[in-house]
Design a protein around this ligand. Structure first.
Ligand code: MG
Length: 376
């Protein structure tokens, strides 16, 4: 926390263009209020002042839980900012970041760039250079084209030296689109720092879908799996769907593919969907001697149905014999085929247990697996 840094979050608007029947900053995004996400992005960086509509004071109090000071916002954005600046006046604040409550996906890196730029400038704000062609249009037709060189899409947080922006707001007649416009009117020097595409302002109904997708990319689910099968009479074992000649077989209800079972359970685990036994009860005779590919394909299908894809899986087979190394590549390819992913996302490796324990005594084979699922 920097003692002289304050953050103003502007969330007093009544904007319902985003749909959902209530102001967008109070709508849920990925199971959490938009404003809760925005607030969380700044907690710990400095003192926070949250400008909300007077009607929202009650729920804002529940939301902030002591993490921010509340200010009643005004009828316009700049009136809300002025009220918050006035609230911070005289508290020793040297720099202030002013941020839209409806930009919940702001990253720590972006905030850091704005704060760092304030060392050399009176103001600093993130923006993205315009890359699309720009047109003029009317009544559904293109009526002209404009050069895009030197044009930027402005974002927040916009940072300023506190006394300078306080004075600039007091001198401004009102109606500015953002605080940089107010700063420019007062002749302040404002640096542009690199913005981020993900730092979207939730305005239209589709923006919520896009924000959900961006959040989804970070919804990582991990699962682990472990399985053991004992050796029995036989002339081969099946591991990761590959038949490996051996002087014994593996005992089991299905084809006893201990490695594939561990991986299948890792995927079920990542989904919090139990294990193979829940989906394919051993008491059911139809799975007797079944190829374990059925189980793995089922787990992968369940992941897809719930909106996840396999990011990677790592499998370790524990045995003294048979040697796994010569077959590892074929095993990797077979698992990748069943899962429908590139082979590079699947790792198959093996270890002995230094002749210790049941695997060391060659009583059976154990396997461990980890699977990572991400939002598709
Ligand atoms: Mg098993």
């Amino acid at each position: 926390m920097r003692d002289d840094l304050a953050i103003i979050i502007v969330a007093a608007g009544r904007g319902t263009r985003a749909g959902g029947g209530e102001p967008k900053q109070w709508r849920a995004l990925g199971g959490m209020a938009v404003l809760e996400r925005t607030l969380a992005a700044f907690v710990g960086l400095g003192r926070i002042c949250l400008a909300v509509h007077p009607d929202d004071m009650g729920r804002a109090l529940d939301l902030v839980r002591g993490r921010a000071v509340l200010v009643a916002g005004g009828a316009s954005r700049d009136a809300s900012v002025r009220a918050a600046l006035a609230c911070l006046e005289g508290s020793g604040v040297g720099r202030v970041l002013i941020h839209d409550g409806a930009r919940p996906l702001v990253s720590p890196a972006l905030i850091g760039r704005v704060v760092a730029a304030l060392d050399g400038h009176e103001g600093a704000a993130p923006a993205l250079a315009v890359s699309d062609a720009l047109w003029e249009g009317a009544e559904g037709r293109v009526t002209g084209a404009r050069p895009r060189e030197g044009l930027f899409r402005a974002q927040t947080p916009q940072g300023f030296r506190f006394p300078a922006i306080l004075q600039a707001h007091r001198a401004h007649p009102g109606g500015a689109a953002d605080d940089v416009e107010v700063a420019l009117a007062a002749g302040l020097d404002v640096a542009i720092v690199e913005g981020e595409e993900e730092n979207i302002k939730l305005t239209w109904p589709g923006d919520f879908d896009r924000a959900e997708r961006i959040i989804g990319m970070t919804d990582l689910r991990l699962g682990n799996g472990y399985d053991v099968h004992a050796f029995c009479e036989g002339d081969h074992v099946t591991l990761c769907g590959v038949k490996v000649a051996h002087d014994r077989g593996l005992l089991g209800h299905s084809d006893a593919d201990v490695a594939m079972h561990a991986l299948t359970d890792a995927i079920y685990g990542a989904l919090a969907e139990g294990d193979i036994g829940r989906h394919f009860p051993p008491s059911d005779p139809q799975w007797k001697g079944a190829a374990s590919e059925i189980f793995l394909a089922h787990a992968a299908g369940l992941a897809r149905a719930q909106g996840y894809r396999l990011a990677n899986a790592d499998l370790t087979i524990v045995c003294e014999r048979p040697k796994i190394g010569p077959h590892a590549q074929a095993m990797q390819a077979e698992l990748a085929r069943i899962l429908g992913v590139e082979a590079g996302r699947i790792s198959v490796k093996a270890t002995t247990s230094e002749r210790l324990g049941f695997t060391g005594r060659e009583e059976g084979i154990a396997a461990l697996a980890t699977a990572a699922l991400v939002r598709a």
